[in-house]
Ligand binder design. Structure first.
Ligand code: G4P
Length: 530
């Protein structure tokens, strides 16, 4: 088996992403996490702040700018305690949710950030559903304690009931809003005192040991101290104790309280995450389970991003390393193409900078320069024919017909659309019976992105027309004869997607339901694995 250094490198990795509803504080907590990782001297440079954070939907330039910035921070690696942490950023705007979902397939755990004044919100619910597909372990951070928040006990109840996961509070807040005094760390049996106005620095911690310590009364006031003791009795009686096994199986989440803006409590969360979150987990392929400690290299591509840096107009394929070691110049087998390639210029992402990676380990993300030969879902190995499974494509929910202003450039248009669909920017469908091109998206912003990129990267000017499509389903059948028959009979509603997969394009939901009833031997899928 492999040497000890390799095993240690693997075991030190903690690869996670943040899930939250917009405005809950994901960007802010990312800044503070990096501050602790010593990656940034002073927090506050992750996102272009000031001005309007919200961009107008049609404002492509603004969006590109914002995207450009968030993209360079899309993978952040830093040391914390004895761990090497990889934080994978996910696009905040919901129109890029497909990217978010796929990023969640590349992590081993998630941090769920909740605005404690609001509780569980929509997008958190949706993202939690996605993490449930793989039972990803979840750490929870209740944010914005410097504001008036909801009753903490009620918040835990809401998480338990709405997200169907047990809560184990690790810390407990003392007051909130102007009266926020700090948290009592249940496991350490100590109170950590909050000082306001220290959000940009790593604070010198003030600690009161023990719950019955009279210093606690003088530090937070007798009333709040009494309230804390009373609440804790209740909480400890009514809530779950932390159990690592249940955490690892995704059934229980440790809960921390704090304020990202005030940089308070973030370190408690990081201590918990680095101690408890799993090292790189084994990954399923269609052939077998791949263990992270295996010597031979393997990885899969979960995201492709164009225009990483306006100066380099290239595409980067983000690969999660699943086993073995990447070293500069090594040969990898691009399994789908059956071709070996030498990779000398993979990139890693340290706190926003691109730097060349000389080596990387399971759990790490590397970026491969891609000139159109890499697709989402592609597997790379050191020779073995494996295919990692579980990287989803989602049925689009919005459709438009796309048409050229100059009809002579049809070939470029098709090439552009197929490439954009391969990198997951949009989905394209070519009906079997017509020459139409239909573009499908999960979020409406994708449509603007596609037209702008077609123009700048493929030199074609395209426009949209409305089209009567309600939804799409990938179709398949175990019985080739039935599939053939379906193909003939339903051809007016059938199309091929960017990867030539047969798709049913339904004008209405009623039509889809009737068709599904009529063809019970055909499977209609809402998600498709790459
Ligand atoms: P997001 O990435 O999840 O969308 O959230 P982001 O961090 O951008 O935070 C959303 C807003 O909430 C920001 O305010 C941010 O300053 C604020 N915020 C984050 N954490 C805390 C906290 O612990 N306490 C308080 N009081 N506010 C917090 P904004 O006004 O939208 O932006 P900005 O003008 O402050 O940059």
């Amino acid at each position: 088996m492999s040497d000890q250094k390799f095993i240690d490198e693997v075991n030190s990795r903690r690869t996670f992403a943040i899930i939250s509803h917009p405005d809950a504080g994901k960007t802010t907590i990312t800044e503070k996490v990096l501050l602790f990782g010593q990656a940034l001297q002073r927090a506050g440079t992750v996102k272009g702040r000031g001005g309007s954070g919200q961009h107008a939907k049609s404002d492509w330039m603004e969006m590109e700018k914002e995207r450009g910035i968030s993209v360079t921070t899309s993978v952040m690696q830093f040391p914390y305690n004895d761990a090497l942490v990889n934080l994978l950023d996910t696009p905040g705007h919901e129109d890029f949710s497909e990217d978010t979902y796929r990023t969640l397939t590349a992590v081993d755990s998630c941090l769920m950030v909740i605005d404690a004044a609001k509780g569980v919100e929509d997008r958190t619910r949706k993202l939690m559903e996605v993490t449930r597909l793989r039972d990803t372990p979840i750490v929870t951070f209740m944010n914005k304690l410097d504001r008036d928040i909801r009753d903490p006990m009620e918040l835990l109840d809401e998480v338990e009931n709405e997200l169907n996961i047990m809560c184990a509070p690790i810390s407990w807040p003392i007051g909130c809003g102007k009266e926020f005094k700090g948290v009592y760390h249940i496991q350490r049996d100590e109170t950590i005192l909050y000082q306001s106005g220290q959000g940009h620095t790593i604070q010198e911690v003030k600690i009161v040991k023990g719950l019955d310590n009279p210093d606690l009364d003088s530090a937070v006031g007798e009333e709040l101290a009494a309230q804390l003791r009373e609440e804790l009795e209740l909480v400890l009686g009514a809530s779950n104790e932390f159990d690592r096994e249940l955490f690892l199986s995704g059934e229980l989440t440790p809960v921390f309280f704090g304020t990202a803006l005030g940089n308070f409590g973030v370190d408690h969360m990081l201590d918990g995450l680095t101690a408890w979150a799993p090292a790189p987990q084994p990954r399923q392929t269609q052939e077998r389970l791949v263990e992270a400690q295996e010597e031979k290299f393997s990885g899969f591509v979960f995201k492709i991003q164009a225009n990483m840096d306006p100066k380099h107009r290239d595409r980067i394929a983000f690969m999660r390393i699943c086993s073995g070691q990447y070293s500069k110049g090594m040969k990898m087998r691009h399994v789908r193409l059956g071709k070996d390639i030498a990779v000398s210029d993979a990139v890693t992402f340290m706190a926003g900078d691109r730097s060349h990676a000389d080596e990387a380990y399971p759990g790490d993300i590397i970026g491969l320069h891609n000139h159109g030969t890499i697709q989402i879902g592609d597997t790379f190995t050191q020779g073995e024919a494996l295919k990692f499974s579980g990287i989803p494509n989602f049925a689009p929910e919005m459709f438009r017909r796309i048409r050229l202003k100059d009809p002579l450039k049809q070939k470029q248009l098709l090439k552009g659309l197929v490439q954009l669909s391969e990198e997951g920017a949009v989905q394209v469908f070519r009906p079997l019976d017509t020459n139409d091109l239909i573009v499908g998206a999960v979020g409406v912003l994708q449509f603007d992105v596609v037209v702008a990129r077609l123009k700048s990267e493929y030199k074609v000017e395209a426009i949209y027309e409305p089209i009567n499509v309600a939804t799409a389903r990938w179709v398949d059948s175990e019985d080739p004869r039935k599939l053939d028959e379906f193909r003939r009979k339903a051809s007016t509603n059938l199309a091929l997607d960017g990867g030539d997969n047969l798709t049913y394009i339904a004008p209405t939901m009623v039509n889809l339901n009737l068709t599904m009833e009529r063809y019970p031997d055909i499977q209609f899928r809402k998600t498709r694995e790459h």
